[in-house]
Each structure stands twice: as structure tokens, then as C-alpha cells.
Design a protein around this ligand. Sequence first.
Ligand SMILES: [Zn+2]
Length: 308
Amino acid sequence: MAARLIELPDEAHRTAGEVVGFDLTVTVLLAGTPTPTPARWGTAILVRSSTSAVLVDTGPGTTRRLVEAGLGPTDVDAVVFTHHHFDHTAGFPGFFLSRWDQGAGLIDELSICGPPPTTGFVRKLFGRDVGAFWPDLNARMEAPASHAVFLNRGGELPRLPPEPEVRDVHPDQPFTIGDIEFLPGLARHVQPYLDCNAYRITAGSSSVVYTGDTEPCDEVVELSRGADVLISMCWDEEGVMAANGEATGQTGTLGAARMARDAGVDDLVLTHIGPSISAGIHEGELGAMASIHRGSIHQAVEGWTFGV
Ligand SMILES: [Zn+2]
């Protein structure tokens, strides 16, 4: 299969919804881990088709990166979680509240999907009377000062609370958001403490697989078979992970290369890049990866957009 990942210049993705010429575009909003570094913290990607825009994971800083990419919260139709570690979810409350606030009742409700406990997570954040942010929502619905801002944004009173459509989703049970199909697959990470999904994401004739957090496993390889792009977590160089006891439940450099090779995917994009390789993977390790995976290897930079 010919490589199909095409890097888009900045000006091509600074216009909201610009996906001309591709069935799918992917913007890597966050490419890090729980460890904050100057270049990376947390994980989030934005997947866009001609009809829909979906955030997959919402690490800390997601909304700021979204705005830097020329978009805003109201441009997003849905959020899909891989799992409920904070480096994948801590940016969600700010995103959700900003979308509701800026939307002024004029946009569709947000769709939210993820493995359990996604429905409980959303209820505990925003549920009537019980949500941690309910007092904020209630104040914005009731205070005259907030009404003025709401009306000036085009809203009509009474101001109503958000009513997102929330679903827990499970491996091998596909779902769609607009014209984008999501096929969840098992990601082997920190079970049984958290359920974890990888996703094969398809629109038109294009498909990418986003591993979320997983150790290399047959399930993710099968999910990725024949996809155009594999977007894989990459915690560290493989030898370092083995030496310091961090190889379980996570993928490193060589494991990512093996999964791409075994799945027959030409283009490998590394994200969720750990702190010790955030400034770059050593040449020798890249050479070892290239001897395993003959296709392209990209180390994602936050803000980078590519078309598939
Ligand atoms: Zn995790």
C-alpha cells in the first residue's frame, strides 16, 4: 500500500473545518503524557471529515491548542475517550463548559463516547445538583449578568443546561459520529483498574488507528490491519523501558515499529511521547525502528495536521 499521510502546511488548517481533498484529517493537539514538558503535556487528537469534527481524548490544554489550530469548542461535534487517565481527560471539563457557554443554545448537544465509566464521569461533572460544575452552570443560567452575555451571543431565555448524549462503548461494538465510523478495540494498559480502548477511525476510503495507551498486543495489530496510518503511543526507548520496569502496559519505540510492521501499515505516527524522548528519539533508536518498520515514522508535534 502506498503511503497516504500528507502533511498540511499551517495555512491549510487555520481555517475552521478545512478538510478539502481528504476523507480524514488529523490534528495532533497534544502529544504528551502525564509528565509536563515545555513541548508536550497530555494527549488529544482532532479527527475531521467533510461533515464532522471529533476530539479523541482531551488532555490538559486541549481547548487552547484547538484555538491555536484556528478552531473553537463550538466547531467540535463529539468527544471520544480512550480511557480515564487524567492525561487523556483533564482538559474535558474546560472544553465542555466553554462549548456550552460559547454555543449559547444555538448548537447541537455534544456527543460523548468512551469506555466505562464515561457516563458516570460526565454525570459527576455536570449532572443537575450532583455535578461538580453544577453550581457554575446554575449561576450562568440564573444570574442577570450572565443573561446579558448569553443574549448578546444570540441566545434566547430561559438558558438551559447542557444535555449531552453520553454512551459507554466497548471493544468490537462500532458506532458512528456523522460520517465517521469508530471501531473500538481492546487496548492492554491498566486493566482491571480502567477499561481502555483503541479505535479504528474510518471516513470514506481513509482509516487511521489511534492506540490510546496500550502495550503492544495482537488486538491492536488486528484492529490496525490495512489501515492507512497507525497513531501509536510511545513512552520511551525500548531498552530504557525494559531496564526501569516500565515496559508493562505501555508501548515504546520498537514496540510501535513492530505493531506497524505486523499490521501492514505504512505510516507510523508517534504520540503520547514520554518526557525522556520529548526532545527527540536518538538516531540509533530511530535506525533500529527503521530496520523493523520500512514505512515512514513521524514524531508528532503539537499542532501538526495531516490528511489521509
Ligand atoms: Zn493511560
